[in-house]
Design a protein around this ligand. Structure first.
Ligand code: FUC
Length: 801
């Protein structure tokens, strides 16, 4: 039988069952389906989700079409006039004029729980262990009692669209349990036939139909149907297969498709026919195709203590256990993204795909003033571009309702969405004063799409998928920028820097986001050689656009156009640093970068989970690896739960994703057309290696380092064209060789090498003096006369023997 133990450096493990969903249970998922495994001995609980099960939207009382408009068409102009006159307006005053009560927005729903009640379960099992293998995407539970070893194994298979569990024992005839479901909802019916439990209903709120089927399959023993449960007695092993679906469809106006019954039935039937081994093999192959692309070695070793203790003992110091937690956290970010965002489902929401409530925090929705964007920061960099397909489809579907809101609320072209949205094209506003207004959201969301093009170089994607969405987001601002009477510059008004201060004109983040979308759209139009009139319009707007980059009275980057910044303000949003990250307007070494550093220092190292994650990225972009690492440590010490979920608090998954992206950002950056290798390596990571990270221009990078400096960099280039690489290792003795060992002619400028790469080739940069030093030079005069090696002389043999 399978051992439940998978001791390796990328396995979360615990020596007792979970009793708390949020902090202890372990997540598995395939994008559309998610489950949380508790691992109880007498009663196993598996809470599960299907990502489209939402209240609200069409069918929900008062929702209307969801693309909500302002009460009066002239209300925005009135607010602009007041801000022009007084310079600012309180959030409450603006909300009173522009807000509307939110009706029928809905919330993401738990589907329910699966329970396996075990008769005569041992009170004191021996060797209990539950674990989540990040290498295999499998959760396991194991223990021994009276000489019998029991094990359970669970995974959420993407190719087969099912959650699978297998319960086995080392001695035949020892598997007995009753499988039943529960749910906080009353709008469901449960039926059982032939070992298959069906849960079916329609949400009372909006009529959305939902169905789950769970088939129990046994080897040996007996299986008995009850009215709402299936009992297995004395089996050698048993498997269950769960599929779930709804009649949600991602398109207006109804957002409804076929009844889920046929698809759910087919998924379960097909999976059962395949059997456990085939399902697991398909899952493994599918998952590892994505997960195995990146490997990170920070010098970790397999921890000998459970993961909750590993986290509690973590100090961000020099121990191998600390490195183990960091490497695990990075891998976990990638695991969670693969598990909560696959091609055919909705994108990862505030909780990925995992939610055990009917009224989760912030509805477990799609927040757009940082959160959804942060969810996808790691997608390209850590070689998981496929996970962003769900994001692209979701945004593309939001354009139509967003166009209507742009037209009716703003009288403009383009599309818009505000601070929060749902799966039903909600693109309007609500009336919570400090979070209702954020028309910049649409522009910001398109950044990921342009980034996908820059990372992949995929022109077909740019033309068909990204550009139309980007162009619409840019057109919205072409029509909505306001002339600031103070200086004639083009500003966003009303503008609000999330989620504090007053409303004003030209808040820095607003300006930087508009700069970003206009710049990206112009670049894209030029690349595609389309839309000459649009290019002219964007160029003219950019010439008059306020850039949102002002250095204020205490050397800070101003958050607003007026110098209102309070050095004592430690608000979690540091929105005015958008230009540093995720924007690319600020480059290190400039006065703006220095001002950003001053602002960030004043904001401090505190904040909620996602805020700390963002700060890892900021410090990495400022090339301060030690401070980036300090933020990672802050996050692991005070914003991470025992199951390594990020906590805002409460649990919010963006911080997991943002931190993994930040770690990647410490190791590789490329947003300014130069592949920067190890740009922000902290002293805490003196030696290590990473492979498979992605850079702009379809480049995949492997690098190993020691003594805080790269010793070998390999670039796998997917496209033919110029590449530029910067690294502190690049000095006079670096050579670039292709995969056949031939030296490549390069241009050298300081720490930067550039050459013309060919598609499908690999280029390795190594300091060949090191190789020479270890052989030819060992007996050379300069070394033998000096106790320490000292700097190498200027001219030495440059090729390896
Ligand atoms: C933003 C943040 C909050 C929270 C919410 C879901 O509005 O300001 O802290 O993360 O999203």
């Amino acid at each position: 039988m399978t051992s439940p133990q998978t001791p390796d450096d990328l396995t979360l493990w615990y020596d007792r069952p979970a009793v708390d969903w949020e902090t202890q249970a372990l997540p598995i998922g395939n994008g559309a389906l998610g489950a949380m495994v508790f691992g109880g001995v007498a009663s196993e609980q598996i809470q599960f989700n299907e990502k489209s099960l939402w209240t609200g939207g069409p069918g929900s009382a008062g929702y209307g079409s969801g693309d909500r408009t302002s009460p009066r068409p002239d209300a925005i102009a009135e607010v602009q006039a007041e801000i022009d006159r007084d310079g600012k307006m309180s959030p409450e005053a603006v909300a009173a004029k522009l807000g509307r009560p939110r009706v029928g927005f809905g919330a993401y729903q738990t589907f329910g729980d699966l329970w396996l009640d075990v008769p005569d379960a041992p009170a004191s099992p021996i060797g209990y262990r539950r674990e989540l293998s990040l290498r295999e995407a499998v959760a396991r539970v194991g223990y021994t009692a009276e000489g019998v070893t029991y094990s359970r194994e669970y995974f959420a298979g993407h190719p087969d669209g099912v959650i699978v569990g297998r319960i086995s024992a080392s001695v035949a005839g020892n598997v007995s349990f009753t499988l039943r479901t529960s749910s906080p909802r009353s709008d469901r019916q449960v039926s059982v036939a032939d070992g298959r439990l069906t849960v079916r209903g329609a949400l009372a709120d909006n009529g959305m139909r939902f169905e789950a089927q769970i088939q129990v399959v046994t080897r040996g023993g007996s299986r008995t149907d009850g009215t709402d449960r299936v009992t297995v007695t004395g089996a050698d092993s048993a498997m269950f297969v769960l599929a779930a679906g709804t009649d949600y469809a991602g398109a207006r106006p109804s957002y409804r498709g076929p009844d889920p019954h046929a698809a759910v039935t087919a998924a379960v039937d097909t999976a059962v026919a395949k059997g456990f081994d085939q399902l697991r093999a398909a899952h493994r192959a599918d998952y590892r195709r994505l997960f195995d692309r990146v490997r990170l070695d920070l010098g970790q070793r397999t921890p000998e203590i459970p993961t909750d203790r590993l986290r509690a003992a973590y100090t961000g110091g020099t121990s191998a256990d600390d490195r183990a937690l960091e490497a695990m956290f990075f891998a976990y970010g990638r695991y969670l993204l693969i598990s909560s965002s696959r091609e055919e489902s909705l994108p990862a929401n505030l909780q990925g795909v995992w939610n055990n409530s009917t009224s989760p925090p912030w509805s477990a929705d799609y927040h757009l003033n940082i959160n959804l964007q942060m969810n996808y920061w790691l997608a390209e960099q850590t070689n998981l571009a496929e996970t962003a397909v769900a994001y692209d489809r979701y945004l593309t579907a939001m354009v139509a309702p967003g166009e209507r809101t742009a037209r009716e609320m703003f009288g403009s072209r383009g599309w818009v969405v505000h601070n929060e949205t749902n799966p039903f094209g909600f693109t309007g506003v609500h009336d919570w004063a400090t979070a209702f207004w954020f028309p910049e959201a649409a522009a910001w969301t398109t950044q990921q799409m342009y980034d996908h093009y820059r990372f992949s170089g995929d022109l077909v994607y740019l033309r068909r998928t990204a550009y139309p969405v980007m162009k619409g987001a840019a057109e919205f601002w072409l029509d909505n920028l306001h002339v600031d009477p103070r200086d004639g510059g083009l500003v966003v008004s009303p503008g609000y820097s999330p989620e504090h201060g007053d409303f004003s004109a030209g808040a820095s983040m607003s300006q930087q986001i508009v700069f970003d979308v206009l710049t990206n759209s112009l670049e894209a139009a030029r690349t595609l050689n389309v839309d000459a009139a649009f290019q002219t319009e964007v160029t003219a707007a950019l010439a008059r656009l306020d850039r949102g980059l002002r250095v204020g009275s205490w050397g800070q980057l101003q958050e607003w156009k007026s110098d209102w910044d309070d050095p004592a303000n430690t608000h979690r949003h540091a929105s005015h640093l958008f230009a540093l990250h995720p924007g690319r307007q600020i480059t290190p070494g400039t006065p703006e970068a220095e001002a950003a550093r001053v602002s960030l220092t004043a904001r401090g190292d505190g904040g909620t989970g996602w805020s700390k994650a963002w700060k890892i990225n900021f410090w990495a972009r400022l090339l301060d690896g030690d401070h980036a690492h300090r933020m990672l440590s802050e996050q692991l010490m005070s914003s991470t739960l025992d199951n390594l979920w990020d906590t805002h608090p409460p649990f919010q998954i963006d911080g997991n994703f943002g931190a993994a992206a930040g770690m990647a950002e410490m190791l590789l950056q490329s947003r300014h057309d130069t592949v920067q290798v190890l740009p922000a390596l902290p002293a805490a990571w003196p030696a290590g290696s990473v492979s498979g990270l992605r850079a702009w221009g379809d480049v995949t990078v492997d690098v190993s380092w020691r003594d805080g400096s790269a010793d070998k960099i390999t670039l796998h280039t997917g496209a033919t064209g110029p590449v530029k690489v910067r690294s502190a290792m690049i000095g006079g003795h670096c050579r670039v060789r292709d995969e056949r060992g031939n030296e490549v002619a390069v241009a050298r400028s300081g720490e930067t090498l550039s050459w013309d790469a060919r598609a499908g080739r690999s280029y390795t940069i190594a300091n060949e003096i090191d190789l020479a030093t270890s052989t030819t030079l060992r007996s050379s005069a300069w070394e033998s006369t000096s106790a320490s090696p000292g700097p190498p002389p200027e001219r030495l043999p440059t090729s390896a023997p």
